[in-house]
Design a protein around this ligand. Structure first.
Ligand code: FES
Length: 121
C-alpha cells in the first residue's frame, strides 16, 4: 500500500504530534544560568521523561530546549503548558521532583513557580 504522506506529515507522526497533553520548554542558558547547568537540567529532563514513560499515553509530554525564554535571570527557566506554570531555578537536581509531581501527578510545585499564564481557560 503506497504511503502518500509528505515527509512533514511522516515526521509529525513519528514525533507523536497531536498526542500530547503537555509541553515543557526549558531554557538551557546562557543568560539565565550557566550553560553547563542548563545542559545538565536538559539531560535530566530527557532522562526523566523517558524513565516515566511520558512519550505517549494520557500524560504524554513534549519537550523543547529553548535558547531563551526572555526571562534571563534565576534560571534555568522552564514553562509547562497548558497550565502555563513558569518555574525558576530548574537545575538538574529539581527535575525528578518536577516530572513526578507536575507531569505525572498533575500537581504543580508552588514554591518554584514565579509566574502563571494558563492557556485554554
Ligand atoms: S537565557 Fe534563559 S531565559 Fe533568557
Amino acid at each position: 500500500m503506497p504511503d502518500n504522506r509528505t515527509p512533514l506529515e511522516t515526521t509529525a507522526e513519528r514525533l507523536n504530534i497531536g498526542g500530547y497533553h503537555r509541553h515543557v520548554l526549558l531554557c538551557a542558558g546562557p543568560k539565565c544560568c550557566a550553560e553547563e547547568d542548563g545542559l545538565a537540567a536538559w539531560e535530566a529532563l530527557k532522562g526523566q521523561l523517558k524513565e516515566k514513560n511520558l512519550a505517549a499515553g494520557e500524560r504524554a509530554c513534549y519537550r523543547t530546549r529553548a535558547a531563551c525564554l526572555r526571562v534571563c535571570t534565576e534560571g534555568p527557566t522552564m514553562v509547562v503548558y497548558p497550565e502555563g506554570t513558569w518555574y525558576h531555578g530548574m537545575t538538574a537536581d529539581r527535575i525528578p521532583r518536577l516530572v513526578q509531581e507536575h507531569l505525572v501527578e498533575g500537581r504543580p510545585i508552588e514554591e518554584w513557580i514565579f509566574a502563571r499564564n494558563p492557556l485554554g481557560e
